[in-house]
Write a protein of this length. Structure first.
Length: 417
């Protein structure tokens, strides 16, 4: 019988998406693994692969349609011997399926799992996303024993979390209700232009509101002397044949990574059962896009040199602005950096990026008078403020991290040793 192709959940925070583009048209043949559509999520535009083989009998959602709920039928796939009339008959009742209203997004929870379809295996082959296959291969997980929650029972990344943790995945605790202003905003007669909220902007709003309401923030601020950093940056960038262009932010990323190795208790996440201390140093870096912030991740930043970090960050930032990042390139991370120095901001306090416990807000470097050896001197100073989740990182731990970070950023030669 005809198979419904469902709107996929391409990220843990995705409850709806935009069907940006169809790569196949009605009547086209497809096989498992073929790219059939481009889906725009809250963070990126990703390609959607076919799970089953057959022929596109009916497209139910036109390209460019926004707000398509996860697991809603978007097309009908015909198998061998089926005709268009069967597809139309199958497609007819589809619009009557009402999508459940979207709930407030819980950063650590995946969308509700649909029932597993018997089409989860085709000709004794396990259906899984490329990312799930790669994770399973690296972790030695038998996909045949994993229950898939994706379209048609396809195994996705979230299905492997329980196995990676060494047991069945636990259901995420219910989030505290998020309080939002009730009723419409009154019109006071001022002229305005209404800019519709994108999916990305809606998710950012929900996550930041939840973070500010449910995470007990406290803040630690230090002033860093970056004279040595700027001198080293100038010298390294002037090297003949250099295939990099180091920025101050590249040094900040490296210094944060090195400080987390010295103070691993700051590389943490709070859960009701335990505090998770991450073994890898994965740094999320805020990047501004036309629709809002996204935080691509420098994985294992403590093990990478400044040139590698610089080139990797430039590539991630460029693809973030084009919404071309892969989910694994912006999901996860144990610590965030937000740098507004290039906009002339002297200092600010950032909102924590759940489920992480810390985010470092970096201001601009500027010449300021300081006291050095009992006399007034001029130095290039940079103010940094750490926002901390007090549930998982105590004040003393946060202060120890900032002390380690300051020592490294003021003597950057230490990160090269």
């Amino acid at each position: 019988m005809p198979i419904e192709i469902l709107m996929p959940a391409l990220s843990p925070t995705m409850t709806e998406g935009k069907l940006a583009k169809w790569l196949k048209k009605e009547g086209d043949k497809v096989k498992s693994g073929d790219l059939i559509a481009e889906i725009e999520t809250d963070k990126a535009t990703m390609e959607f692969e076919a799970v089953d083989e057959g022929r596109i009998g009916k497209i139910l959602v036109a390209e460019g349609t926004e707000g398509v709920a996860v697991n809603k039928p978007i097309a009908i796939l015909l198998e061998d011997g089926e005709d268009m009339s069967m597809a139309k008959a199958s497609a007819a009742p589809a619009p009557a399926k009402a999508a459940a209203p979207a709930a407030a997004v819980v950063p650590t929870a995946a969308p509700s799992a649909p029932k597993v379809s018997p089409t989860a295996r085709v000709a004794d082959r396990v259906l899984a996303s490329p990312l799930a296959k790669r994770i399973a291969a690296n972790a030695g997980i038998d996909l045949a024993a994993v229950r898939g929650s994706g379209p048609n029972g396809r195994i996705v990344k979230s299905d492997l979390e329980g196995s990676l943790a060494g047991g069945a995945a636990k259901a995420a605790p219910k989030a505290a209700p998020v309080q939002t202003p009730s009723g419409p905003v009154p019109d006071f007669g001022q002229p305005f232009t209404a800019v519709p909220n994108s999916s990305m902007r809606k998710v950012i709003a929900r996550r930041l509101l939840e973070a500010k309401q449910t995470v007990p923030h406290f803040y630690l601020t230090i002033d860093c002397n970056i004279d040595e950093l700027l001198a080293m940056r100038t010298k390294l960038n002037a090297r003949a044949g250099a295939d990099y262009k180091l920025s101050v932010n590249d040094f900040v990323i490296k210094a944060v990574a090195a400080a987390l190795r010295k103070v691993p208790a700051a590389n943490a996440t709070w859960t009701d059962e335990a505090i998770r201390l991450y073994q890898n140093v994965d740094i999320s870096v805020a990047v501004a896009t036309p629709e809002g912030l996204i935080t691509p991740i420098i994985r294992n930043a403590d093990k990478k040199g400044l040139a590698v970090i610089s080139n990797e960050m430039k590539d991630l930032a460029a693809r973030a602005k084009d919404k071309k990042l892969k989910p694994e390139e912006f999901q996860g991370g144990g610590f965030s950096i937000s740098n507004l120095g290039m906009f002339g901001i002297r200092e600010f306090s950032a909102i924590i990026n759940p489920p992480q416990s810390c985010i470092l807000a970096v201001g601009k470097g500027e010449q300021r008078p300081i006291v050095k050896n009992g006399a007034i001197a001029i130095a290039n100073m940079m103010t940094c403020t750490l926002s901390v989740d007090h549930r998982s990182v105590d004040g003393a731990v946060g202060a120890e991290f900032m002390q380690a970070f300051q020592a490294i950023i003021e003597e950057p030669l230490t990160v090269l040793l």
